[in-house]
Design a binder for this molecule. Structure first.
Ligand SMILES: *Cc1c(COP(=O)(O)O)cnc(C)c1O
Length: 423
């Protein structure tokens, strides 16, 4: 089984004349089509909105594309809020789902007209003291224990630092109401990167039942329920994409079953997906520049974990395609590695691939979310450019590659050392 890259060898050979490897490239057409399908899946809910999790792919050009498709932004820091503001997102377009929030960020989120999502009951006083409570406030819920889906997929919210207990949700709502809050939201994120079609419907039931209870016990008006992120993508070629129409329909059924009879048929459904919106529509394109034959066969490429950290950090699988050899037999076994002085800097281990020659371009699939974003500068390595394959087939740079001057920029308080570093 294989995955087909959205760029061909011929296209990459053309692109590298202007933008050398390594680079991240995103597929605008596919991003838009996927966003439209998501909106279709939730079109039964009048106020539905997706708030793209900015942390997954923080690039204003991509936020702009998603904005044009109706999406807002889910932010968790000052810089993410600034990026959302820069593309013109404002009143009702921003979720601020932060945790351990530094001073000043609630104020800025409130000024932008974002929905503030409190991770903890103690944040109520923190928020109120800093800038007063807005008219609408969301609280993040953590049911504790083990959260299990039908097919056995599970996660362990009891071990997670996020969210409030049920008792705290009730107490928090009462406290916020006393402070003058008029409308409420509920948010929860319980399972990450799952391709199970029943995750959202299962989570929806948990949150809808909680909503009914909160309304009963506090009289609060609940205006939205945020199912957050977590919908996964098929990183492996044998996996299948989530059937988003089925997911939307599953949530609708639970909505009709739990919320409508409780007189809560006006509740808006929100999502704040990251990976699902962007993951498959971005790729890291690298070039094979070294090979070595010791106890194993290694192919060294011109990128490293700085450009894509998931394999090094989680042992995550990313599919590789050697461009121009899509149909060649995979009769070689390679470790495809980056240049960090860290032995975990391996994009693939014991991967069956066609024979790789020096100069071959390799597409690392599904790098569009939590890819470039997680980059860092270990070993003095610089971050790559980000490119956009536009709908008309042309390529546009949407972030330039870092330079040594960028790397040294934080020494600019000392003109003498700065000059030496940059000479
Ligand atoms: C990371 C995150 C998301 C997005 O998660 P994905 O797995 O990329 O969908 C959404 N909401 C919050 C609060 C997050 O921390």
């Amino acid at each position: 089984m294989s995955k087909i890259p959205f760029v061909t060898k011929e296209q990459v050979e053309e692109i590298v004349k202007t933008y050398p490897t390594p680079f991240h490239i995103y597929d605008e057409k596919a991003i838009r089509e996927n966003a439209r399908e998501l909106y279709k899946a939730f079109s039964w809910n009048k106020g539905y909105k997706e708030f793209f999790a900015v942390k997954a792919t923080p690039n204003p050009y991509l936020l702009q594309i998603l904005k044009e498709e109706g999406c807002g932004a889910d932010c968790s820091s000052m810089t993410e809020l600034k990026m959302a503001k820069a593309v013109g997102l404002g009143e009702g377009d921003i979720m601020f789902s932060s945790n351990e929030t530094p001073a000043g960020e609630f104020t800025f989120a409130k000024e932008l007209g974002g929905f503030i999502n409190l991770d903890d009951i103690t944040h109520i006083d923190f928020l109120n003291n800093e800038c007063g409570v807005p008219e609408t406030v969301c609280m993040r819920y953590n049911p504790g224990g083990i959260y299990e889906l039908e097919n056995g997929i599970m996660d362990n919210p009891g071990d997670a630092k996020y969210g409030c207990t049920e008792t705290q949700m009730i107490e928090g709502y009462k406290k916020l109401m006393a402070l003058g809050v008029k409308h409420f939201g509920i948010h929860s994120f319980l399972v990450s990167n799952t391709t199970a079609d029943d995750y959202y419907p299962t989570l929806a039931r948990t949150l809808f039942e909680l909503a009914v209870k909160l309304k009963k016990e506090t009289g609060a008006h609940i205006s939205f329920i945020n199912l957050s992120g977590g919908i996964g993508i098929p990183y492996r070629p044998e996996q299948t994409k989530v059937d988003i129409m089925k997911v939307g329909e599953g949530v609708r059924k639970v909505y009709e079953e739990v919320l409508v009879p409780a007189g809560m048929g006006d509740v808006r459904i929100f999502t704040e997906l990251g990976r699902y919106m962007m993951g498959p529509y971005g790729a890291l394109v690298v070039k094979a520049i070294h090979e070595k034959h010791i106890y194993k066969e290694y192919i060294g490429v011109d990128a490293c974990a700085v450009n894509l950290m998931r394999p090094a950090m989680y042992g995550a699988y990313h599919h590789l395609t050697v461009l121009g050899k899509e149909n060649a037999v995979c009769d070689h076994t390679y470790d495809v590695v980056g240049s960090l002085c860290e032995n975990n800097d391996k994009f693939a281990i014991d991967r069956e691939l066609p024979k790789i020659d020096m100069g071959d371009y390799i597409v690392i699939h599904d790098a569009g979310a939590h890819g470039f974003a997680m980059g860092y500068n270990y070993n003095g390595k610089l971050k790559s450019a980000e490119l956009l394959l536009q709908e008309n087939g042309s390529v546009k740079m949407i972030r330039r590659a870092e330079t040594a001057a960028d790397y040294f920029a934080t020494f600019d308080f000392d003109p003498e050392i700065s000059a030496k570093l940059n000479q």
